[in-house]
Design a protein around this ligand. Structure first.
Ligand code: APR
Length: 228
């Protein structure tokens, strides 16, 4: 039996939009009625940590009832035919909920928190809230396990290695506006077929673009990939 081809999929907020989770840049700079820089930057955390904790508590509560949509499910089913690696900018767990096994979170995970003293102390809290005064075992404040603006992206090195080994590369539902995540495309081998699913015109050269919502477009893309 020949080895399965490696299908690497970079996903962004657009893949979860049809699961009821709002994207960042489709609205007017506000995200779920908050100023993104106040709730998703390291400076915002230092300025008003209670607001940041409240914001992520609300996001966790929203995620509790969110369900994977047809796009998440189609990528999970594609594992039967391909060695699928999801590299996601999303902090939700909808790829995992759909059954995807190899998911790398570039920007952290909503269902985890970590120590502000030792970043290696990471705790799985599911959909529970974390409040000011909740501490790690070392006695320091817990913070969301999220990569904020102004912070490094520790998973980027691993993501680059995955992209470099891609046989097929796909981009789904991201404006490609945030770096270093958007630079992943530059590490994909030149001869690797590349696909994009997004209703908007995301400018990436040399890519087969499907201008559809993820729930429809991912299935169309997989049909094209199956014919390669
Ligand atoms: N299906 C597919 N794509 C969609 C859908 C849909 N139903 N609805 C919207 N989109 C597309 C938009 O056209 C846009 O290109 O999803 C993209 C969302 O872009 P952004 O809001 O910029 O989200 P994303 O690219 O994931 O943001 C990257 O920015 O704020 C930070 O850390 C945060 O991970 C996030 C990063």
């Amino acid at each position: 039996m020949t080895a399965k081809k490696k299908l690497v999929v970079l996903t962004g907020a657009g893949i979860s939009a049809e699961s009821g989770i709002r994207t960042f840049r489709d609205a007017d700079g506000l995200w779920e009625n908050y100023d993104v820089m106040k709730v998703a930057s390291i400076d915002g955390w230092y300025d008003d940590p209670k607001l940041v904790l409240q914001f992520y508590n609300e996001r966790r509560e929203q995620l509790r009832t969110a369900k994977p949509n047809a796009a998440h499910v189609a990528l999970a089913e594609a594992q039967q035919r391909y060695d699928v690696h999801i590299v996601t900018q999303n902090v939700d767990n909808l790829h995992e909920a759909a059954g995807s096994k190899q998911v790398l979170h570039l920007h952290g995970e909503l269902t985890k928190v970590r120590s502000t003293k030792n970043p290696a102390l990471i705790y799985d809290i599911g959909y529970k809230s974390v409040n000011w005064g909740d501490t790690c075992e070392l006695g320091s404040q817990l913070r969301p396990h999220i990569v904020w603006f102004g912070e490094a992206v520790p998973a980027m090195d691993e993501a680059v290695q995955i992209a470099q080994q891609a046989d097929i590369f796909a981009v789904v539902g991201t404006s490609m506006a945030v770096y270093p995540a958007a630079s992943l495309i530059y590490y994909v081998p030149d001869d690797c077929p590349k696909f994009l699913v997004d209703p908007a015109d995301v400018p990436i050269s040399g890519i087969t673009a499907i201008r559809e919502k993820a729930s429809v477009g991912v299935a169309q893309m997989l049909e094209l990939i199956d014919k390669l």
